[in-house]
Design a protein around this ligand. Sequence first.
Ligand code: GDD
Ligand code: MN
Length: 370
Amino acid sequence: MPEIADVSVVIPTFNEVDNVAILVERLETQLNGCRWEALFVDDDSTDGTRDALMRLAQEKPHVRMIHRIGRRGLSSAVVEGILSTTSPYVAVMDADLQHDEALLPGMLETLRTSDAEIVVGSRYTEGGGVGDWDKKRIMISRFAGWLARTVTKSDLTDPMSGFFMLKREAFDRSVRNLSKEGYKILLDIFASSPAPMKFKELPYVFRLREHGESKLDSLVIWEYMVLLLDKLVGRYVPVRFLMFGMIGSSGVFVHFAVLFVCFKLIAIGFTVSQGIATFVAMNSNFFLNNILTYRDRRLHGMRLVWGLLSFYAICGLGVVGNVGVARMVFEGMTSVSSSYGWAIAGAAGALISVVWNYVVTAWVTWRRRH
Ligand code: GDD
Ligand code: MN
């Protein structure tokens, strides 16, 4: 029987087939002196990573895997991974060999011998680095880091790091407040901690990726904003609702732009123009929500078609509700002869339809499948 681990290394994977065996070998070299385990959390990779992990886990008692289906997300994978371990110390690192595993023994030692609750691998402290990044990526990373320091009120030099080790108690204190949005799990843990976390930093040089490709696309900036927004207002309003509302407002602009083009420029009749504008705005709302608000449950193929049809139907009913409620409020208002009655009634109708559209499409169109 394997001994109970002192340190669990949680490693999220998505399409890392050429990296996982090398990483396990390197962990064996580095963690040779202590009791440890590697826990991979794979989001149903399509390149055979799962089979590679299965083989590794069958050969080696200190390798385990969690396989998630129908889910994506670096942060949520890490959180689920940590929750399924029991060691007093937990490390988080990428599978792609960009994080320097030689830091792990030092991280463990620091946690054991100092009062630090978390040790963070930093690219921006003396001795750290980012390899051959271009200027633009360095600038973006620095700016995001500055924003993060402002939100977490901590002076971490590299709050965007995905490489750290922490004591289980420290994680347990944050876990119930985590947003689990996007991929900035370290930032999330810091921002969710009820008391400031005691941290230390160890420098490392971020290596270049050799096998496979980065999973972080241009949406990471959006996801980052979502995380910050959730940390700021998430306890009052669900961030998804805010996004849905924001996209709905963008639909108003789309509507007027199309209406202007059809009616004024091309000079199609008003009713037809208004119909086209409504249709275009509804589609733009649907696709923006599918890409941004529900990026973690994005619909593809036939599901996309059904999703779009259900979206039309639900928003159509939303219009009926909107007009009904607005009319009721309007009639109530005129009896008290308020001069703003029309505006209040209009706003009430719009609010009802936004809430209706949001709740029902969340439940039908972008239903959680697992
Ligand atoms: N389970 C799971 N699910 N794993 C994922 C997902 C996902 O949806 N997306 C990415 N991963 C895994 C990758 O397989 C890899 O092991 C790790 O998460 C990081 O993904 P990369 O795509 O290589 O990200 P990066 O190199 O651009 O950025 C990383 O390093 C930065 C510096 O430390 C991330 O860790 C950033 O958070 C970090 O700032
Ligand atoms: Mn990477």
